[in-house]
Design a binder for this molecule. Structure first.
Ligand SMILES: Cc1cc2nc3c(=O)[nH]c(=O)nc-3n(C[C@H](O)[C@H](O)[C@H](O)COP(=O)(O)OP(=O)(O)OC[C@H]3O[C@@H](n4cnc5c(N)ncnc54)[C@H](O)[C@@H]3O)c2cc1C
Length: 414
C-alpha cells in the first residue's frame, strides 16, 4: 500500500530514505553520515537551535583519527591520573575539549539542505514501505527507515530491561584568582584525598585549566547503582578546591552530569534503529560516547544505503551498529563496570594503578571500546595480576556473583 502524505510536513518527508530522531551529537553524526552516503535524510529534534548542554572531551589522537581533531576549543599536551597521591601519573597522551558549536556546524555543512523539523518524535508505525513517525504535536513524518538518536531515554526504540549503573557529576567553569594546575596538563581522574569524602563511595576530580584565571572542574562518581545524587558532589568539590588552594571568584557555568552506563544493548529485531546514547554506546567504564558515535555513523549509513526494503535495511543497520564481536566486547566491558561499582577508594586506586600500567595501546583500545575480545581479556588479566590479593579475591567473587555471571553470559550469546 502506498502511503499518502496527510499534511505539508509529511509531504516534505515523503521521499526520505532516513529520518533521524534526536539532535544531539549522535543524531547529527548519523544524519551527516547518511547525507555523505547519498541518502535522502531528515532530522527532527527539539533543540535544533540550542547549543549542546555538555562539555565533550576526548583524546587528541582519537579525535584526529575520526576527522574532527580541528574542531576543538582547547588541547592539553598531557593528561594525568592520580591513584597514589600526591604523585600524578602522566599518561603521555594529549586531551582536548571539543568545540560543540564547531562540531555541529561541521555536521550541518555535510547535511546541506536536508530538511530539519523542530519537534519531538512520539510514536513510530511501520509498514512494508517505511515508517511513519508521529510527533507530540500530531504532525507526521514519513521515511523508509528511522534512526532513534534521542539520547539515554530513547523516544522510539525499544530497550532491553536491565539495571544500569550511573555516572553523576557536578562541573563548574570557574573564574579564579589563582589555581595550582599546570596549563599544559589536564587531570583526567584525580583520586587524591578529598576532605569530607567517604572512602566507601569514592569520587574523583576532573580538571581542565584554560589559563591562569579560568578552569573547568568536575567532581565525579565514576559509576554507582543507584545513581549518586548530583548535588552530593557540591560539598566534595568545594572542599577539594579549597584543599588544592583554588581561589574561586565566580562560577561561570554549571554542568550537571547524569549518564546511564552498562545499559543492556538494544534488541536487534526492531524496525527503529537506535544510535548513540539510545543504543547503549556509552562506554561502561568511562561514560564516554562521542567517539563511538562518530566511528559507527558511516557503517550505519552504509548499511541503510545497501538495502531498499525497509526491514532488510533496518536489520543490516542493527548488525552494522552492533556487530556480534562488538556485543561480546561490550559484555566484558560491562563486567568490568560491575566490578568497579563495588570498589572503595583504596581498591579503586589499586584498580586504576594496575589499569594504566598495561601498555598504552591496550588501555587506549579498552577506553575507546575498539579493543578486540582477546585484547580486553588481556588487559583485564593484567590488571588482575597487578592488583592486591584482597582485590583479586573480590574480583573472583564478583565474577561468580549474579551480575558477573549475567555479563559473562552476554559474552557467550554475543
Ligand atoms: C554532562 C555530560 C558530559 C559528558 N561528557 C562527555 C565527554 O566528555 N565525552 C564523551 O564522549 N561523552 C560525554 N558524555 C556522554 C555522552 O557522550 C553524552 O551523553 C551525549 O550527549 C550522548 O549523545 P546523544 O546524541 O546520544 O544524546 P543526547 O546528547 O542526549 O541528544 C539527544 C537529543 O535528542 C533530543 N530529543 C530527546 N527526545 C526527543 C524526541 N522524542 N524527539 C526528538 N528529539 C528528541 C534531545 O533534546 C537531545 O537534543 C557526557 C554526558 C553528559 C550528560
Amino acid at each position: 500500500m502506498v502511503d499518502r502524505p496527510r499534511d505539508a510536513t509529511q509531504r516534505q518527508s515523503a521521499n526520505l530514505d532516513v529520518l533521524v530522531v534526536g539532535d544531539g551529537p549522535a543524531g547529527f553524526a548519523a544524519a551527516a553520515a547518511c547525507a555523505d552516503a547519498g541518502l535522502g535524510v531528515g532530522l527532527v529534534g527539539d533543540r535544533l537551535d540550542e547549543a549542546w548542554p555538555a562539555n565533550y572531551g576526548g583524546w587528541v589522537d582519537e579525535l584526529a583519527e575520526l576527522g574532527v581533531g580541528h574542531l576543538v576549543r582547547h588541547t592539553w599536551r598531557d593528561a594525568t591520573v592520580t591513584v597514589r597521591p600526591p604523585h600524578a601519573r602522566s599518561l603521555g597522551r594529549g586531551y582536548a575539549l571539543v568545540d560543540g558549536e564547531a562540531l555541529r556546524a561541521h555536521f550541518a555543512e555535510r547535511l546541506g539542505d536536508a530538511p530539519r523539523w523542530s519537534g519531538r518524535g512520539a510514536t513510530a508505525t511501520h509498514d512494508a514501505t517505511g515508517t511513519t513517525v508521529t510527533l507530540t504535536d500530531g504532525r507526521t513524518l514519513r521515511a523508509r527507515c528511522v534512526v532513534d538518536a534521542s539520547g539515554h531515554r530513547p523516544a522510539l526504540a525499544q530497550r532491553a530491561a536491565g539495571d544500569p549503573g550511573f555516572q553523576t557529576a557536578l562541573g563548574w567553569l570557574l573564574e579564579v584568582e589563582s589555581h595550582p594546575f599546570g596549563l599544559d596538563t589536564m587531570r583526567l581522574m584525580d583520586f587524591g584525598d578529598a576532605p569530607g569524602g567517604d572512602p566507601r563511595r569514592p569520587t574523583f576530580l576532573y580538571a581542565m585549566p584554560f589559563d591562569d584565571r579560568h578552569v573547568f572542574v568536575e567532581e565525579t562518581t565514576l559509576c554507582a547503582r543507584p545513581a549518586r545524587p548530583i548535588d552530593e558532589h557540591r560539598p566534595l568539590l568545594e572542599a577539594r578546591l579549597a584543599a588544592l588552594g583554588v581561589r574561586v571568584k565566580r562560577v561561570l557555568e554549571t554542568e550537571r552530569c547524569w549518564i546511564p552506563m552498562g545499559v543492556p544493548l538494544p534488541p536487534a529485531d526492531q524496525r527503529v534503529v537506535p544510535f548513540g546514547g539510545a543504543a547503549g554506546f556509552v562506554h561502561p567504564a568511562t561514560g564516554y560516547q562521542l567517539a563511538t558515535a562518530l566511528r559507527r555513523a558511516p557503517a550505519l549509513a552504509a548499511a541503510l544505503a545497501a538495502h531498499d526494503a525497509p526491514a532488510e535495511a533496518a536489520a543490516a543497520a542493527h548488525a552494522a551498529v552492533w556487530p556480534a564481536d562488538a556485543r561480546r566486547v561490550w559484555a566484558l566491558l560491562t563486567f568490568g563496570m560491575e566490578v568497579l561499582l563495588d570498589l572503595d577508594l583504596a581498591r579503586t586506586r589499586a584498580f586504576f594503578d594496575g589499569f594504566f600500567a598495561v601498555s598504552r595501546a591496550d588501555w587506549s583500545a579498552y577506553l575507546a571500546g575498539t579493543a578486540t575480545l582477546p585484547q580486553v581479556a588481556r588487559t583485564m588479566t593484567r590488571v588482575f595480576g597487578a592488583v592486591s590479593p584482597g582485590l583479586k579475591l573480590r574480583l573472583v567473587r564478583h565474577g561468580l556473583s549474579g551480575y558477573g555471571v549475567g555479563a559473562l553470559r552476554g559474552l557467550v550469546r554475543g
